[in-house]
Design a protein around this ligand. Structure first.
Ligand code: GRF
Length: 201
């Protein structure tokens, strides 16, 4: 399974996936793409001799034009799976539809709760006792694709957003590589807008 990972920042989820692909049996990260030239995820990729590309948005460029350029770079790697790992851009329906069933994202909340930004603070503000993270297939609607796997974490009274972020990250590093492995074993499918694992809903 040829895997391309899109990052904008630290890339700790990228690292978790690289570390779990070490034996090349599950799949191989063949490229890392960033919209930010200084994303630490690019340095992580270099450490593992993984090819990298940077696609920087130009002023005055439309979202469609950016995504058309991004798509050329993605396709260069001929990926079977596209993994969004902290890629902080909203993708156009056109791009998303071209990769339906082949693109996954990790989002730091128990979707459908808290799509969008500032999820940890929102969970705290709502007084939630449980928070977490979700891996889902990407569809044009933001953070709304069918859920593949979620992990929960407790929220403690004294928590600030940073505490929760750390707790959520730890779970992300456990579940994202697992989902990538399932996909590369061809156990995962999106059909009619729903997620199937081993043929089961
Ligand atoms: C993660 O919390 C993920 O849920 C969100 O962006 C963050 C990326 O973190 N989509 P990292 O760059 O993988 O460390």
């Amino acid at each position: 399974c040829r895997i391309v990972v899109l990052v904008s920042g630290n890339g700790s989820n990228l690292q978790a996936i690289i570390d779990n692909c070490d034996d090349h049996l599950l799949g191989e990260v063949v490229g890392v793409i960033s919209n930010k030239p200084d994303a630490y995820g690019l340095i992580r990729a270099h450490h593992h001799e993984i090819d990298t590309s940077t696609v920087i948005a130009q002023e005055s460029e439309t979202r469609e034009d950016y995504d058309a350029r991004l798509q050329i770079v993605i396709d260069k790697y001929q990926p079977d799976l596209i993994v969004l790992a902290g890629f902080m851009r909203i993708l156009t329906p056109q791009l998303v539809n071209d990769y339906l069933g082949k693109m996954i994202n990790i989002h730091p909340s128990l979707l459908p709760k808290y799509p969008g930004l500032h999820t940890h603070q929102r969970a705290i503000d709502a007084g939630d006792f449980v928070h977490g993270t979700s891996v889902h297939f990407v569809i044009p609607e933001l953070d709304a694709g069918p859920t593949i796997l979620q992990a929960k974490v407790p929220v403690y009274e004294e928590d600030v957003a940073h505490d929760l972020a750390l707790r959520v990250h730890e779970q992300e590093h456990a579940i994202y590589p697992m989902v990538v492995k399932w996909f590369s074993q061809q156990r995962l499918q999106m059909k009619n807008g729903q997620c199937y694992l081993d043929g089961q809903l």
